[in-house]
Design a protein around this ligand. Sequence first.
Ligand code: IPE
Ligand code: IPE
Ligand code: MG
Length: 244
Amino acid sequence: MSHLKSLPPDIPRDKLPRHIGIIMDGNGRWAKKRGLPRFFGHRQGAITLRHMVRYCNAIGIEALTVYAFSTENWSRSEDEVSKLMKLMKKHLGNMEMYLKDNIRPQVIGDRSRLDEELQRKIALTEETFCNRTGIRFNVALNYGGRDEIVRAAKHLAKQVQEGTLRVEDIDEKRMEAEMYTASLPPVDLIIRTSGEYRTSNFLLWQSAYAEYYFTDTLWPDFNEDAMNQALRDYASRNRRFGGV
Ligand code: IPE
Ligand code: IPE
Ligand code: MG
């Protein structure tokens, strides 16, 4: 347990989010600032992610969902998309990375559009670590919040059509169960890096009552201190859920 990290004493453990979402943005700008091709930013961003999932696991966060590739990101250059996919393969295929930690990796999103090799690697990684009891680490890949909701609607409609579900029985709980995150605790905190203030189609259903935290830090520069800052900010919020 060489990388076991403890929570700074000024962050109360009972005020930690159970489930954190991260929109890891700013890789391209990080590279550009250094006069490097965009890919260098993605590569550095992957290193940051590795540190962050370990840190969140060590301090006892139950689930972490990170936005790695959106349904809209296919509109980038073929070169960038293919390099990003290669990077995913490298990381998802790198079991070593998870072996030492009690992390349970999983991919959410529409994998049918991913190439076969990547789909295989994802399935193998999920299977290998499915009994892990540490942090639930979800990588959102070809993920879109709208796509997720459409998919849920279609699945419910199909059951109605087949006569196994009544329209009257469709409620929020039933919808919730159709989401990729169904078995996870509610998303408490969503962090977006790089100074952009939008959701970009991330966890639309799940974010109804999440707290947002925005920072100008570019994702490759994000670190434990930056995470602690977000956790401190979150701990100070008064979540009312519509009450008083
Ligand atoms: C986020 O960084 C990573 C992905 C969307 C894959 P960007 O690539 O969006 O970086 P910027 O926003 O161009 O700086
Ligand atoms: C959101 O970032 C997607 C990921 C972080 C994977 P983008 O860079 O794609 O979002 P926009 O284009 O700024 O909205
Ligand atoms: Mg971006």
